[in-house]
Design a binder for this molecule. Sequence first.
Ligand code: FAD
Length: 245
Amino acid sequence: MTLEGAKVECVCEVMPYSGGLQRNIVQCLEDFDIPLYLSCTVIEVHGTDRVTGVTIADVDEKMLPIPGTERYIECDTVLLSVGLIPENELSNQIGLEMDPITRGPKVNEMRETSHKGVFACGNVLQVHDLVDFVTQESQIAGKGAAQYIKGTTEPEYVTCKGINGVRYTVPQRINKNNPEEVKIYFRVANVYKDKRVVVTCNGKELWNRKKLKLAPGEMENVFIKPEDLATMNAGDEIVVSIEEA
Ligand SMILES: Cc1cc2nc3c(=O)[nH]c(=O)nc-3n(C[C@H](O)[C@H](O)[C@H](O)COP(=O)(O)OP(=O)(O)OC[C@H]3O[C@@H](n4cnc5c(N)ncnc54)[C@H](O)[C@@H]3O)c2cc1C
């Protein structure tokens, strides 16, 4: 908008943190001196035939406007960007089992959905912030589709889930007989500083890494080694969690 000649007055974000990449906050807002107001929302849009201004206000922890914090901003345009979800019309139409958190289909480690031979990747599967991850995911799905065509043995699944601040994992299930390292992607529910990401199965710690910062806008990943997978039983649960460092 700025590059096209508009004067951007501000960006209001209702959450106490931004869901965007830090890189984008710096390069798209700070570099152009555009204020980012956190815990803030538009409570009224003014104008009859067209917008003449908005009233914004700070919000409390329940996201309700705090009386007395209202400010009027004169403007002629309001852009709404109120959450991304995967493109899921086709997935719903063919009745794929969906993940209520990602809002995309549930998949195994090769990105095969609940329908055999139907694979999902990219923004159909989960909202991606970086196209690099989309590329990696498409390569996995392509490999999975090729294996499916060649004929595969019946999988024995372990499931994956996130707890303690990990909102979701993709994939949601992994064939324990997969001969290669499996990357589990996840997002956190809040901003965390100086924590550890821990992966366990049956109480045994499989992986852990210290993280200086974790934020909802940044997709994270952990690895599961094939030798660890091989020790698991079908039906076991791999758990990804945020723990004290
Ligand atoms: C606003 C925004 C900004 C981004 N900025 C960056 C960035 O700066 N850097 C970065 O690395 N990543 C960025 N990303 C992330 C990255 O661009 C996306 O994750 C990536 O483009 C997703 O690739 P995709 O192939 O899954 O989906 P898309 O690129 O969305 O491609 C899907 C295509 O399928 C078409 N389609 C939809 N339905 C049908 C249908 N029924 N039949 C046929 N075609 C259909 C769509 O029209 C679309 O062309 C951004 C994403 C968004 C939303």
